[in-house]
Design a binder for this molecule. Structure first.
Ligand SMILES: NC(=O)NCCC(=O)O
Ligand SMILES: [Zn+2]
Ligand SMILES: [Zn+2]
Length: 467
């Protein structure tokens, strides 16, 4: 018999149900569940017993949108795979899906190999990859088929960032057609980048250089227009579509309309759009730079549509788009020109807690919390039921979550390698207590006990909502 761990006395919450059950873990997997006090549970013996009374026992979070070490605007996202996955573990996330990047003029293979090398032996938790297409051509399209076979089953395309990651509509259509044939899922950064660049230039000419203008030029209508266009292109290609980091009410409306027609269109939003707003971008001095990301933070009025979308399943996933840049030396690259501020926010450590706060605030049910943060991202990206649930046979990626303790989020106490917190001073109810990754305790009652290299690369099957 291998190593056995018993998690006793907690409320097991999955996307499907809530049960007062003990959980038996054996050799890195969930062996069995049994209701508290039953003969079966009482008979279990284990090498280690974790007391989960008064706690939730939930699947480890699956964060399907991170950017460790992403090159952007002449610098690199400040979390490495080592620091970023350790911080993820602290926050109750046990799987990340990061974006490997194709460099323009180079192959998908070379971009992907660079990402394998960056992550290899560094991660505290399990990881997988999507592929960013920055240069769609005949060779790239052929390589997509090989990547799907290899377990890289999703491809991000950008309607934004001309000259960097941008693809035109013809390239997007070709990539979608390829995905339609090979089972891949196209993930879209839906903003009209060409129009935004005109507005950026005009704003700078008027002397509008502060961070808040980043939000003003990246108009909600230009997110909605791109979302609409992406949906129509996906229809023409007969391909499914997943729209990333949705922030605008008008974009949610496009997704809702598509889904009402029965189209295989999915949407993701992120905690920053649910909890922060354009008011943060307008903070005095250069403080707003801390909140520069794309799509941008919107006026607070957009949040209601995002919460509603999460409840009605017009939005299915909350990921972080974790892409941290230090305020000092990185965000500061854009002093005097908002367009030079590297885009992205830290958050991989905060997602599970912020979404639990959404449960406390009445936006979500407990099961919906687990659905949007664990089960659906796992299904969307071909990792279920290995990841995203607590059931016999699943990987023992488990969080013992204390729903009562209050904590104040701060850069002084977080574990992400970045010199500020986007949620500095925010008090939330609930805290990760203990985390298991494939049965190994990586956070033990708020002490890190994991190690770089424990996390393994996890190939994925295709999207599990399509078959
Ligand atoms: N979102 C963001 O601002 N930075 C990361 C890159 C992307 O997801 O577009
Ligand atoms: Zn994006
Ligand atoms: Zn991103």
């Amino acid at each position: 018999m291998g190593t056995r761990t018993l998690i006793r006395g907690g409320l097991v919450v999955t996307a499907a149900e809530e049960t007062h059950a003990d959980v038996l873990v054996e050799d890195g997997r969930i062996a069995a569940l049994a209701a508290h006090g039953t003969e079966a549970a009482a008979a279990w013996t284990a090498d280690r017993v974790i007391d989960a009374r008064e706690k939730y026992v939930i699947p480890g979070g699956v964060d399907a949108h991170t950017h460790m070490e992403l090159p952007f605007g002449g610098t690199f996202a400040s979390d490495s795979f080592e620091t970023g996955t350790r911080a993820a573990a602290w926050g109750g996330t046990t799987t990340i899906v990061d974006f490997a990047v194709q460099t323009q003029g180079r192959s998908l293979r070379s971009g992907l190999d660079a990402w394998y090398a960056k992550a290899d032996g560094k991660c505290a938790i399990d990881y997988a990859f999507h592929m960013i297409l920055s240069d769609v051509n005949e060779r790239t399209l052929k390589e997509m088929d090989l990547l799907v076979e290899e377990g890289i089953t999703s491809f991000k395309l950008f309607m934004a960032y001309p000259g960097v990651f941008y693809s035109d509509d013809g390239q997007i259509l070709r990539a979608m057609q390829r995905a339609s044939a090979n089972g891949g899922l196209v993930m879209m950064h839906a903003e009209n980048g060409l129009a935004i660049d005109v507005l950026v230039e005009q704003a700078l000419q008027r002397g509008e250089t502060d961070p808040r203008f980043h939000g003003e030029v990246r108009k909600a209508l230009l997110e909605a227009e791109a979302t609409h266009r992406a949906i129509q292109l996906a229809r023409v290609a007969d391909a499914p579509l997943y729209v990333v980091h949705v922030s605008a009410e008008e974009a949610v409306a496009e997704l809702t309309a598509a889904r009402d027609q029965g189209l295989p269109v999915f949407g993701e939003t992120c905690p920053q759009y649910l909890f922060l707003s354009a008011d943060n971008l307008a903070e005095p001095g250069f403080e707003g730079a801390k909140y520069v990301c794309s799509t941008p933070l919107r006026p607070r009025e957009h949040q209601a549509a995002l919460w509603r979308g999460l409840r009605t399943d017009d939005l299915q996933v909350v990921s972080t788009d974790h892409c941290p840049f230090c305020f000092k030396g990185q965000k500061e690259l854009g002093r005097g020109d908002f367009s030079k501020i590297p885009n992205g926010l830290p958050g991989v450590e905060n997602r599970m807690d912020l979404l639990h706060q959404a449960v406390v605030d009445g936006h979500l049910t407990r099961r919906r919390w687990i659905e949007i943060a664990c089960a659906t991202p796992a299904r969307m990206f071909g990792l279920y039921p290995k990841k995203g649930t607590i059931a016999p046979g699943a990987d023992a990626d488990i969080v013992v979550y204390d729903p009562h303790t209050e904590q104040t989020i701060s850069a002084a106490t977080h574990h992400m390698s970045v010199d500020y917190s986007a949620y500095e001073g925010k008090t939330v109810t609930g805290q990760v207590e203990t985390v298991l990754s494939r049965g190994e305790v990586v956070i033990d009652r708020r002490t890190y006990t994991g190690r770089a290299g424990h996390g393994v690369y996890t190939p994925r099957s295709t999207c599990q909502y399509l078959n």
